[in-house]
Design a protein around this ligand. Structure first.
Ligand code: HXC
Length: 517
C-alpha cells in the first residue's frame, strides 16, 4: 500500500534490482553451477549472518565504449558489508557470470571504494576471487584499477586483517592482490592462481602444464606457499574464514578476542614429557605438545602443507588468542631452512601487527646446512626470522623442550630478541652445536690419534652432552628464566601471558625497518 504514490518508480527499482542480482543471466549462472561453483551472491549469503548484507554500487556499469563489451549492472563484482558471527566485515566477491569476473575500470573503482570503507571503519576485509584478471577490452583502465587495489592492500596491511578466498580462476592481476593480503584460502580443484595461464606458458615456453599443476590449491599450499589453507569445498572455505576471524581482532588498535574457556588454566599434563623420545635423534610430533597445552586441544594450523619443518598457527590459552610457532622434528629433524624461516617470519609479523602474543616451542638442531640452502639464500631468508622476532613488541613466551643449537637457538625467540619469558624443560639441550658436531671440531686431534675413533667419539659426545647440553647453564646466567616440569607447561605459559598482557614496548621511531626481503 505504501507504494501507492510512486508505484512506477518503485517497480523500476525492483526491476533493476532483479536484473543486477541475476548477474550475467540464467545461462551463465547455470554454467557456474555446472562447474561445481556457487555464484558470488550465494557465497556472500553463506558467509554473512542472515539479513545483514548491505550491498553498495549494485547499479554501477562499465563505461567502456568497446562494442564487444556488454554492460551489466554490478560490472562483475558484488561489494558491501555485513556481519560474520556478529563481527563487522567488508567484503567483495567477483561475479564470474559477468565477463568472467574480469576487472575493468568501474569494477576496480568499486573494489577500491570498498577497501577505503573497510580501512576507515577498522573492520576486516574479505575478498572472494573468481576472476579472469584484467578485463582485456578495457585495456589500461583495467591495469589502473588493479594499481589502485594494490595501493590499498598495502595501506591496509597491518591495520585491518585481509583475507582472500580463491574460489575459481584468479588470473593475472587477480593474483597479486590476494598475495598482498594476510591469508589466502584456496578451494581444492576449484581455486587456481597463476600470473599467466597454461596457454601462455605453452606459447612462450613450449611447456605443457595443467591448470592444477601450475596454479592449483595443492601447488600453492605445498610448493609456492601462496596459499595458507586448502578447503575441501566452498562451504569448508567459508567455515575456515569464520574460524580464522574468531582468532583475530578487528584492527590493529584492538586487543585480541577473549573467549570464556572451560579448560582449567592450571590443568597439568603428566604425560607431556613422554611425547619426547629418550633418544634426541628420534622423531616425534610437536603438534601433540601444542594440542596438550592449548585450550581444549584446539589448534588452527596455518600453512599446514608448506615448510612442514616449522609449525605456525592459532590457539587459545586461557581464552586468549595466541600465535604458536614451533619446530617440527618430524620433518628435517626440525631444522630451519629457507621456506620455514620465511613462513614463520611472516606469521610473527602478522601476529605483531594485530596484538596477538607469540608462544614459541623449540626443538631444532640448527639452520639446515648445504650448498643448496646456501646458494638459494638461507642467509638472506634465515635472517628474516631474527628480524621478525626482534621487531615484534607483542608479549613473547618461549619454551625450549629439546634441542636448541646455534643460530637456530637465537632465532627461535631467544631472550636477546626481546622475549618476555624464556623457559625450558629439563630435557632441553642448549649449545652452539650438537654434541657430535661439536666434538668433531674441538676434539679433532684426539679423534685422529685415537685407535678406536668410534668409541672415543661416543664417549666424548656423552661427556659433552652431560656437561653442556642441558638448560642449567643458561638458567644460571638468567638467559632461561625458568626450568619447568613439562607437566606444568600450560599453566606456566598462561600465567606468563597474563602477566605480560599489558606489556608496553616500543621500537625507535622510523619510517620502516628494512627487513631482508
Ligand atoms: C575479459 C574475460 C577475461 C578477461 C575471461 N573472460 N577472462 N573477458 N577479460 N581477462 C570472459 C570470457 O571471454 C568468457 O566470456 C567468460 O569470461 C568466461 O570465460 P571462459 O574462458 O569461458 O571460462 P573458463 O573456460 O572457465 O576459463 C576461465 C579463465 C579463462 C581460465 C579465466 O577465461 C582465461 O584464461 N582468461 C584470460 C586470463 C588472462 O590471461 N587474463 C588477463 C591477465 S593480464 P563469454 O562472453 O564467452 O562468456 C592481467 C594483467 C594485470 O591481469 C597485471 C597486474 C599486475
Amino acid at each position: 500500500m505504501h507504494f501507492y504514490m510512486h508505484d512506477e518508480k518503485i517497480k523500476r527499482l525492483y526491476h533493476l534490482k532483479k536484473l543486477a542480482e541475476g548477474g550475467g543471466g540464467a545461462e551463465k549462472v547455470e554454467a557456474q553451477h555446472s562447474k561445481g561453483k556457487l555464484t558470488a551472491r550465494e557465497r556472500i549469503d553463506i558467509l554473512l549472518d542472515a539479513n545483514t548484507f548491505v550491498e553498495i554500487d549494485k547499479y554501477v556499469t562499465s563505461r567502456s565504449e568497446d562494442t564487444n563489451e556488454k554492460k551489466y549492472y554490478g560490472d562483475g563484482v558484488v561489494t558491501g558489508f555485513g556481519f560474520v558471527n556478529g563481527r563487522r566485515v567488508f567484503l567483495y566477491a567477483y561475479d564470474f557470470t559477468i565477463l568472467g569476473g574480469s576487472l575493468g575500470e568501474m569494477a576496480g573503482r568499486k573494489v577500491s571504494k570498498l577497501m577505503d570503507h573497510a580501512l576507515k571503519s577498522g573492520a576486516p576485509l574479505i575478498g572472494i576471487i573468481d576472476s579472469g584478471g584484467a578485463r582485456i577490452q578495457e585495456g589500461v583502465m583495467s591495469l589502473d584499477g588493479y594499481g589502485d587495489i594494490f595501493f590499498r592492500n598495502t595501506m591496509a596491511s597491518g591495520v585491518i586483517p585481509q583475507i582472500t578466498a580463491s574460489m575459481g580462476p584468479c588470473a593475472g592481476g587477480a593474483v597479486y592482490s590476494p598475495a598482498m593480503t594476510d591469508f589466502v584460502i584456496m578451494v581444492e580443484n576449484v581455486g587456481q592462481m597463476f600470473v599467466t595461464g597454461p596457454e601462455v606458458v605453452k606459447e612462450v615456453l613450449s611447456q605443457d602444464v595443467s591448470f592444477e599443476e601450475l596454479g592449483g590449491a595443492r601447488t600453492h599450499a605445498s610448493k609456492s606457499g601462496v596459499a595458507h589453507f586448502v578447503a575441501k569445498n566452498e562451504y569448508d572455505c567459508i567455515d575456515k574464514i569464520k574460524t580464522l576471524l574468531s582468532y583475530i581482532p578487528q584492527n590493529n588498535a584492538e586487543e585480541v578476542p577473549l573467549f570464556e574457556t572451560t579448560d582449567d588454566v592450571n590443568r597439568i599434563d603428566p604425560n607431556l614429557v613422554n611425547i619426547l623420545p629418550e633418544n634426541p635423534y628420534e622423531q616425534y610430533d610437536m603438534k601433540q605438545i601444542i594440542k596438550s597445552i592449548a585450550d581444549s586441544g584446539e589448534f588452527i594450523e596455518v600453512h599446514e602443507l608448506f615448510a612442514e619443518n616449522i609449525i605456525v598457527g592459532f590457539a587459545r590459552m586461557g581464552g586468549r588468542s595466541v600465535g604458536i610457532v614451533a619446530n617440527q622434528p618430524m620433518y628435517l629433524a626440525g631444522a630451519l631452512d629457507i621456506n620455514s624461516s620465511c613462513k614463520a617470519a611472516r606469521f610473527i609479523r602478522f601476529c605483531d601487527s594485530f596484538n596477538i602474543p607469540i608462544v614459541t616451542l623449540v626443538d631444532t638442531p640448527g639452520y639446515l646446512p648445504g650448498a643448496d640452502q646456501e646458494s638459494n639464500g638461507i642467509i638472506r631468508h634465515g635472517s628474516k626470522l631474527l628480524f621478525a622476532y626482534c621487531e615484534a613488541t607483542i608479549p613473547k613466551i618461549t619454551c625450549i623442550v629439546g634441542k636448541a643449537y646455534g643460530g637456530a637457538y637465537i632465532a627461535m625467540g631467544s631472550k636477546n630478541l626481546g622475549t618476555d619469558l624464556n623457559c625450558a624443560w629439563p630435557t632441553a639441550e642448549i649449545a652452539v652445536l650438537g654434541p657430535e658436531a661439536a666434538i668433531t671440531i674441538i676434539h679433532r686431534r684426539d679423534l685422529k690419534q685415537s685407535p678406536d675413533a668410534v668409541t672415543t667419539k661416543k664417549k666424548l659426545a656423552k661427556e659433552f652432552r652431560d656437561k653442556f647440553a642441558n638448560p642449567y647453564i643458561a638458567a644460571e646466567k638468567g638467559i632461561i628464566d625458568a626450568v619447568v616440569d613439562p607437566a606444568e607447561t600450560r599453566p606456566m605459559i598462561i600465567h606468563s601471558l597474563d602477566a605480560f598482557a599489558n606489556k608496553k614496548d616500543s621500537r625507535p621511531l622510523r619510517k620502516h625497518g628494512n627487513i631482508n626481503l
